[in-house]
Design a protein around this ligand. Sequence first.
Ligand code: 5CA
Length: 447
Amino acid sequence: MRLSRYFLPVLKETPSEAQIVSHRYMLRAGMIKQQAAGIYSWLPMGFKVLRKIEDIIHEEQAKAGHIAMQMPTLQTADLWRESGRYDGYGEEMLRMQDRHGRDMLFSPTAEELFTDVFRSHVSSYKDLPLTLYQIQWKFRDEIRPRFGVMRGREFYMKDGYNFDLSKEDALHAYNRHLVSYLRTYERMGLQAIPMRADSGPIGGDDTHEFLVLAETGESEVFYDSEVTDLTFGDREIDFDSVEQCQAVLEEFTSRYARTDETHDEALFNQVPQERRRVARGIEVGQIFYFGTKYSDALGATVQGPDGKPTPVHMGSHGIGVSRLLGAIIEASHDDKGIIWPEGVTPFHCGIVNLKQGDEAADEACNALYASLSALGLEPLYDDRNERAGGKFATMDLIGLPWRITVGPRGLKNGVVEVTCRRTGENTEMPPEQAIAKIAEIYGKVAG
Ligand code: 5CA
């Protein structure tokens, strides 16, 4: 993309309403625009990162054997009356009526709808296990929407629902999700720590939240510092293997790590003092096992191996997709702007032309742009007629992990400059080598 043809409405001033760094940078970098409290337009750069996050989630869900589909955002109240949650859900549910006076609502979550699809189409245990999911907009009329996309009213969520014949199978689904989520967050450059939590209006006893440690996080968390040493890495896992998933669960959840809702001071005090940590975290996901709560209420049964109708065991699993943008920025920025992890960056690298209109510089930039694009990479080429300082400031603010700087003086010596956004390290090298380096970082082979 050429910046002169892109739509990147960068703000010079720091918006006064934004209290935390991720909100400030998302507004300044032209990623979002607020339309009402907790409701945002996603401008092209923000939308691009949202899509990258979504792609990672879809890829990892497919590896775990989960099946994507899409539910409507608007639903009738009927199903929610059947489950008993219509009155119970409270003020956070946005309710409305259609022209016929029918009660409708904007989905805050979708246990009822998925259970309804299941009961309509699945009747035998032979069709289990089954895990369906969607990535879809949700609405919760939060009393205090704040911190930009962190606590929105309209927000984007991945929500998945498993249907299993027995508690044992459903617990495997729970463990499988835990493993799959660990991989998902790591691919986004995040450490998200599973912590024992409270299930709230979703229900059930078994639940873990995934928390990204950050001073601006809304949750208070208590943990054994050893949990921050754990990484999933690129280990291979067979998601059908009960033992393998169980082993990962135990590795990642056996140490003390809890949110304030489930914190137990006496248990915490058993952790050696030098390893006890109290901090704040951003909840980027949650997994639940709630047994037959919804299948009992909505009559979701299958014919079991013994021929008798058996209610299915269920759980649900959520990732805060739009919140993740905020969480990633909170975890990865400096005083100049965002520093995108390579896995989610909106463009793979920036190209800065120090002297637009200089024949050699223009030509070298065009050649770099063409070569990187041919490799399947997306560079953002700042081809505007602007001072170098302004171009660097924009690149730093929008946070592309790599920048190639091209100027007439360097070109006379046959070199361009490659800069790492995270470390600030600059290296001069011939353009071909710069292409090879960027290609290698993103796992592409330069010809
Ligand atoms: N049905 C279950 C699992 S699919 C569910 O709704 N879980 S949840 O309530 O925990 O939401 C899933 C994730 O959505 C949360 O972990 C959080 O990351 C994100 N989320 C929840 N509320 C908001 C909000 N107001 N703004 C942005 N993200 C939110």
